[in-house]
Design a protein around this ligand. Structure first.
Ligand code: AMP
Ligand code: GLY
Length: 426
């Protein structure tokens, strides 16, 4: 089949790498892609933010499957445009993508379908939001309703901090995403991510992961898009996953279908494992980045037929096979991240790092005068496999030590929770 992949980050490099290995994929394009993706696919210079441009490409090139990596085109209705024209798309409709695109929508949806999540209020003005915060007390969580590139959430330890976050939202810190605010109960527990492929009706469990959101070792410093991840997440054992499927995922698919917005694509559940059981923190409607990178390294099955089955309503009976062991990815970021990253610094040693057995996914790179340079905040995802989390981590850092990139940095403690768990269980 002919496949078009949309996106340009490390997640899309991992998807391209896996799709390129598929015997059923004859031709793989990626729009817009990046220098790493260019080794797996033909990068095409089309405006991926224009639904009409993507549709035109699909018509001209006999595309059999479109795989949409990031959330923005989904929220903007790319899957709808393509489906109406008869193309198979892996990714939800705009109406179903509201599970990520509007936190208020998701909270109300969970309330309608008794899906366990934090207690909340929705507000379109500051005084009411503040009154709710004063009544609830701290700690408390303030969220801009819409897509805010991972920056719209404040976990406030004091009432004052929460009040400032409300003002930030309504004063436009997150643009139109902050026109409405969700204030919610603080959930205490361990966080983990669970992925399911969906075809509107059936959910195929598709792996677990944990990431590290803070920029510095010891989970300190400002939030980022994720500085590293590993899969599986040991805390999501079979019993917990059975509960998550019964209490969260299946009611979500049934509820979306009943409301006329069947969900297809990947449902990424951000979970808090509280003393009272698993709670949904949020949904995303795409693979995590960098979580996708570790899932792709662990996946033993051919990815293309599974994504096509999800896109065409034929997931029932499909199974995915996984390698035993752990995959772990460490993000190499450009100096300055998560503030303004320094662009253009030359990167060496990728071939040597991969010769050590790791896979280096490109997240924010470019070619300049024939050299690979940094071109973003999160730049490389150095991803390795091991029989244990400890071994996977040692392999990832051994590869990192082969890189020659003075303009970049990484955390040195990715995987600490899983490794601590392994240490305690021997
Ligand atoms: P989000 O952007 O929705 O992924 O939220 C960012 C992070 O904020 C999550 O990964 C959690 O660590 C934290 N968070 C969000 N909601 C809550 C909550 N209700 N209680 C505790 N932490 C939360
Ligand atoms: N790594 C978190 C995310 O993709 O949202």
């Amino acid at each position: 089949m002919n496949v078009l992949l949309i996106g340009s980050g490390g997640r899309e490099h991992a998807l391209a790498w896996k799709l390129a290995q598929s015997p059923s994929v004859e031709k793989l394009w990626c729009a817009p892609g990046n220098p790493g993706i260019a080794e797996e696919a033909e990068c095409v210079d089309l405006d991926a933010a224009s639904n009409a441009a993507v549709l035109g490409f699909c018509r001209d090139h006999d595309v059999d499957l479109v795989v949409v990596g990031p959330e923005a085109p989904l929220v903007a209705g790319l899957a709808d445009t393509l489906r109406v024209a008869g193309f198979a798309v892996f990714g939800p409709s705009a109406a179903a993508a509201r599970l990520e695109g509007s936190k208020g929508f998701t909270k109300d949806f969970c309330a309608r379908h008794a899906i366990p999540t934090a207690a909340y209020g929705r507000f379109n003005n500051a005084p009411k939001a503040k009154a709710y915060i004063r009544a609830m007390g701290a700690p408390i969580v303030v969220k801009a309703d819409g897509l805010a590139a991972g920056k719209g959430v404040t976990v406030a330890m004091t009432v004052d901090e929460a009040l400032v976050a409300v003002d930030d939202c309504f004063e436009g810190a997150f643009g139109s995403a902050g026109a409405e605010v969700v204030v919610e109960e603080f959930l205490a527990g361990e966080e983990a991510s669970f992925f399911c492929l969906c075809d509107g009706e059936t959910a195929l469990p598709f792996g677990t992961a944990q990431d590290h959101k803070r920029v510095h070792d010891g989970d300190l410093g400002p939030n980022t898009g994720g500085m590293g991840a590993y899969s599986p997440a040991p805390v999501l054992d079979e019993d917990v996953l059975a509960r998550v499927m019964d209490e969260i995922v299946r009611p979500t698919l049934a509820g979306m279908k009943a409301e006329g917005n069947p969900f297809s694509g990947v449902l990424y559940a951000g979970l808090m494992l509280t003393a009272d059981g698993p709670r949904l923190i949020e949904y995303n409607v795409r693979f995590g980045d960098p979580e996708c990178q570790v899932l792709m390294l662990r996946l033993a099955s051919d990815l293309a037929p599974i994504l096509l089955a999800a896109a065409t309503g034929r997931l029932a009976g499909v199974k995915a096979r996984w390698r035993d062991g752990y995959a772990l990815t460490v993000v190499m970021a450009a100096d300055g991240y998560p503030g303004t990253p320094v662009k253009g610094t030359p990167i060496g040693g990728v071939v040597k790092a991969e010769a050590s057995g790791a896979k280096v996914f490109h997240a924010g790179t470019a070619m300049a005068d024939g050299r690979l340079v940094a071109y973003g905040g999160r730049v490389l995802n150095v991803t390795a496999f091991g029989a244990t989390a400890r071994e996977a981590r040692a392999n990832a850092y051994a590869a990192i030590d082969c890189l020659a990139w003075p303009g970049g940095f990484c955390r040195r403690d990715i995987g600490w929770r899983a490794i601590e768990r392994e240490r305690l269980s021997v």
